[in-house]
Structure formats: C-alpha cells, structure tokens
Ligand binder design. Structure first.
Ligand SMILES: Nc1ncnc2c1ncn2[C@@H]1O[C@H](COP(=O)(O)OP(=O)(O)OP(=O)(O)O)[C@@H](O)[C@H]1O
Length: 558
C-alpha cells in the first residue's frame, strides 16, 4: 500500500492509467464471456448485427495497446522510484552520524541496497495483478448476473480455498523474513572473510571455524528454510491447481441439486469457471513475487526509520551551513570546555566516559597527545574532527561559541590521517594530481613516493606498503589545505629514517607555514619537537605541559 501511495506521489496519472486499463479490460472480458456463452447457447447479440467478430477484435486490440502503455508507464515509474530509493540510502548513509553508522553495520546497508533491487519486479506484479483481478471480478459479476445463488456458492467455495492459501502463505512469509536476516549475517561473515583474509588464511582453526561454524551453519539454515518455503509454495500451487477440480465437481454435481439443472445454465457456469482458471493461477503465482516485494519494502522502511531517527536526533551533519562568519574566518584557536562523551555498551552494561575535557589549541601549535591504551585519545580525536558530538560541554572557535548546529564547521578546519587510513580509489576531492601540481610533487619527493605513487585517469590506486600508504595518506590530507592536521599514531608504521624526517623536518616545516598539528604519538624520543604535550588517562587530561613556546609564524599557505 505504501508503495502505491509512493507511485501516486510520483505520477499524478497513475490511478487514471490504472482506471483506463481496468475499464478496457473489463469490457474485453465481459464481451468475450457474453460472446462465448451466447454462441454456445445459440443466442446472438442482436445489437451487434453480426459484427461480434469486429467488436471482439477491437476490444482485443484496445486491451493490447492499453496494457503495453500501462506497462511502459510502470517501468518508467518504478525505475525512477528505484533510482530515488537507491540514492536516498546513499545520501542518508553519507549524512549519518558516525556512531549510528557503526551501530547499523555495513551488512544492513548492503542488504538495504539489495532490497531495492527486489522492486524491479513491481511493473510485472502490478500489471498482471490488475489484469487478473479485473478478469476475476468480471467473471463473478457474470456468474451473479446468471444466478446469484450459484455465484454465491462458487464464490464461497473459492474464498475458502483462498483462505487456506493465505494462511499457508503467512508461514512462508515468516520463513522468508528469517532467510533475509540470515543473509544479513552472511554478508557480515563474508566481510570478515574478505577483509580479514590474511588472518584467516594463516590460522587453521579460524579458517575452519569461519567456514564450519558460521558460513556452513548460516547457509545450511538458509538452505533448509528456502527449501521449506519453496516446498510450501509448490504444495500451495498444486493445491491451487487441484482446487479447480473441486470447483468444477461442485458445479457439475452439487449445483444441479441446489440451484438449476438445465444444460445451458451449467455450461455457462463451466465456461466462466474455465475462463477464471488463467487469471487466478496468475494471482497465485504472483504471490511469491508480491511477498518478496512486500518484505523488501518493509525492510527498506525499517532501515529508513533507523537511519532517519539517527539523522533527526540532532546529529545531522549538515552540509549546507548558514555562514555565521565562523566558517569563513581564518583559524586562530579552538577551545573545548568541559567536553563529555560517553559510550554505552548496553549488551555488556559497560560505559566509558571521556571528560570533562577542557583544552585550547592555537594556530601554529604542535600538540602531542599520549596516554595508555583505552585512555580516550582516539575518542577525543573523533570529537576534534567533528565525527562525535559531545554529550555536554562547549566548543569555541576563535573565542566564539560554536553553536551545536554549526559543529560541522569543524570539518572545514580539520584534515585527518586516522590510525588505519583509507586510500580512495578515485579522486573524490578533485585534487590537481597532475605533474603540474608543485605542492604534490614536492610532497611526493620529500616522502619518497615520487616513483611509487601512481595517479592514473583520476584513479589513485597505488600498490604501496603500509608505511608508504600512510605517507600517501598524509599527502592527501595536506592537499586538503585545511589549517588543522590531526594524526593518529602516524609514525607508528614508519622506518627510523621517515620517523625522524616526520618529527624533525616535516612537522616543524608545517608549523612554520601556519599549520596546527594535533598528533597522537608514543614516540617519546621526539617529544622535544612539540609545543605542548598532553597526557590522557581514564578519559581525562592528566597532564598538559608546555615543551616549547610557540614562536612567531610565517602566514604563508602551505
Ligand atoms: N564504538 C565504541 N563503543 C563503545 N566503546 C568504545 C567504542 N570505541 C571505543 N570505546 C571504548 O572507549 C575507550 C577509549 O577508547 P579510545 O579508542 O579512545 O582509546 P585510545 O586512547 O585511543 O586507545 P589506543 O591507544 O588503544 O588506540 C576504550 O575503553 C574503548 O573500549
């Protein structure tokens, strides 16, 4: 029903075209039934003056034309709706609040994208269903026209058989829903297999377990359920098929006892029932497809509800900010006051609280952050980069309070290289990656990647070692030309030469050019290079030490 509403929203002529198709097909069906039965019974339709064949041909032609036109209209409409659904999912995912996205999980997003695909069957389902329903309605109208007790008997019998079918179908729907949940888990395991391939390949137990206990169990359950559901469909179909013999038997043997006995009457009923067989079979075979479409729509609506509640929960990462001056002002300082962020692990009843954290970071400073594992460094970096929104506390930009809805301004100030950075396969930033870009060439040279990183056809897809990948990631972050650079254990994968180059040359150079650097690091032998050293412990700042005073800066861009 939701989808019909959606189709109507997209096409104002949708119901009109349904009505037109229905009228033409009704006329065709009634005309055909009258012609066949009157011919069998030796009556002529007097007002057609012997031109029954021409009337029949005209109705058939009109029906073909209207069905084709409706089908074309439906295909256009559903492809547009599919396009909207697909892009809507991607748009929402792109805007989602990072912690909500983590909770949602990749596999649910992939399932949602796949569910959209199930909607391609909709034009076929709708057109066939409309045609079949019209024929069924016309046939029963005709049966009631001949004899209402006879019509009631046949209708009652068929409704009873249909009820049986619907009850069975409900169970199948439940099984199919479960098959889809299994599919979601299957994608999660598949992700583990592909992303953790190396770890799985070198460990026999893990490799055996992921296959035996997860893939095999999951697929076996899916196989059993699919088999059960398909068998039930098949049995339903067979029951449906043989039900016609019951209906024909009742017409032949019960009807004469209860209603009328004349041959013309019984033959009219029989012809109409035979005429009903095709459309009813169509409706029955459409039920699985319809069920799939309905389940897909239901799951899409569930997915939309989850992601919409995330977007509306005041987390929206707005892209089009009202420029209050903060976004365009030159960066001077960012201050955090009593910032608190809390993770709640409902399943294990555990929480981790960061804060309250108060901290000022000024332009041209190199701030090193250190602390034990799990002390809250990365959580703070997620707040600094605007990925997490604090539960309480305030952020000030250049001394001015940053309103909550303006938090995404931070994205315009901060470029980051996370602990496991992702190198994109396309140049989504539209960076100038040609040899004419002097900054890029200079950075590639300084970081030893001139003859390593290849930029081909706008496609950044180098075959690099982990350390080299991180070097390329910092180059990409610098090409963003944002005033603050955040680095999460960047040097951890570098050899001693590049580590030294990073701390002793690159960071001071960047500072000299006005960059502000916030780096999580455990390399205490290079701590002398920072301006401030901050130590996190149990989610709070335990130490904030000035190591070097900030000297005057050149204000040239990087
Ligand atoms: N998504 C999450 N959900 C729940 N708890 C989390 C989540 N991410 C981190 N935590 C918890 O928050 C605490 C701080 O994690 P965080 O990643 O900030 O530590 P860290 O100081 O960066 O540690 P490391 O040096 O190991 O990277 C940890 O106890 C961690 O278990």
């Amino acid at each position: 029903m939701e989808f019909l509403k959606l189709l109507f929203k997209r096409s104002k002529v949708f119901y009109f075209s349904v009505a037109l198709l229905s009228i033409i097909n009704s006329l065709l069906n009634i005309g055909l039934l009258l012609m066949v039965n009157n011919t069998i019974n030796g009556h002529r339709i007097t007002w057609l003056h012997g031109y029954e064949w021409a009337a029949f041909l005209t109705l058939v032609l009109l029906s073909i034309i209207s069905s084709c036109a409706f089908q074309v209209h439906m295909i256009r409409l559903t492809t547009e709706v599919n396009f909207d659904f697909e892009l809507n999912i991607l748009r929402k995912v792109k805007q989602a609040y990072y912690p909500d996205l983590l909770q949602l999980g990749n596999e649910r997003i992939i399932t949602a994208v796949n569910d959209v695909r199930a909607l391609v069957n909709l034009p076929e389902v709708l057109t066939n269903a409309i045609n079949a329903v019209i024929t069924v309605v016309c046939c029963f109208a005709y049966l009631f026209y001949i004899s209402w007790p006879g019509g009631t008997l046949i209708l009652g019998l068929m409704l009873l058989l249909l009820l049986l079918y619907i009850v069975r179908n409900k169970h199948i729907e439940k099984d199919l829903n479960h098959v889809r949940t299994l599919q979601t888990h299957y994608y999660r395991f598949l992700g583990d297999l592909l992303m953790g391939f190396k770890e799985i390949r070198i460990d026999g137990a893990r490799s055996r377990n992921i296959y035996d206990r997860f893939f095999l169990r999951n697929r076996s359950e899916a196989r059993l359920l699919s088999r059960k559901a398909n068998t039930r469909y098949m049995i339903n179909e067979i029951i449906g098929h043989y039900s016609w013999y019951i209906v024909i038997g009742v017409t032949l043997f019960v009807m004469p006892l209860l209603v009328r006995t004349d041959v013309a009457f019984i033959s009219s009923f029989l012809v109409t029932i035979l005429y009903l067989m095709g459309p009813v079979a169509v409706l029955i075979t459409l039920i699985p497809t319809y069920t799939n479409v309905r389940i897909a729509l239901q799951r899409l609506s569930e997915f939309n509800n989850i992601i919409d509640s995330s977007l509306s929960a005041d987390h929206t990462q707005q892209e089009h900010l009202v420029d209050t001056g903060l976004a365009s002002a030159e960066f001077e300082s960012i201050s955090f006051r009593d910032i608190v962020y809390e993770y709640t692990d409902v399943k294990h009843n555990k929480t981790f609280t960061l804060g309250p954290v108060s901290l000022d970071i000024h332009r041209g400073e190199i701030v090193f952050i250190r602390g034990g594992n799990g002390s809250g460094k990365s959580t703070f970096v997620n707040i600094l980069t605007g990925l997490y929104k604090p539960a309480s506390g305030s952020i000030y930009l250049n001394g001015t309070l940053l309103p909550k809805e303006q938090t995404p301004v931070i994205h315009r100030l901060v470029a980051a290289v996370f602990a496991s950075p992702y190198l994109f396969t396309e140049n989504y930033n539209d960076f100038n990656i040609t040899p004419q870009n002097e900054l890029l060439q200079q950075l590639l040279l300084q970081l030893g990647l001139s003859d390593k990183a290849r930029f081909e056809h706008n496609n950044i897809n180098p075959n690099l070692s982990k350390g080299q990948q991180k070097r390329l990631a910092i180059i990409m972050a610098l090409l963003e030309e944002k005033p603050i650079l955040v680095l999460d254990e960047w040097a951890a994968d570098q050899d001693p030469v590049y580590r030294k180059y990073f701390y002793d040359t690159l960071l001071p150079d960047l500072r000299g050019k006005g960059k502000t650097i916030v780096a999580i690091t455990h390399d205490d032998q290079y701590f002398y290079n920072c301006n401030r050293l901050i130590r996190f412990d149990y989610g709070t700042i335990k130490e904030d030490t000035v190591i070097n005073q900030v000297t005057s800066l050149q204000s040239q861009p990087l």
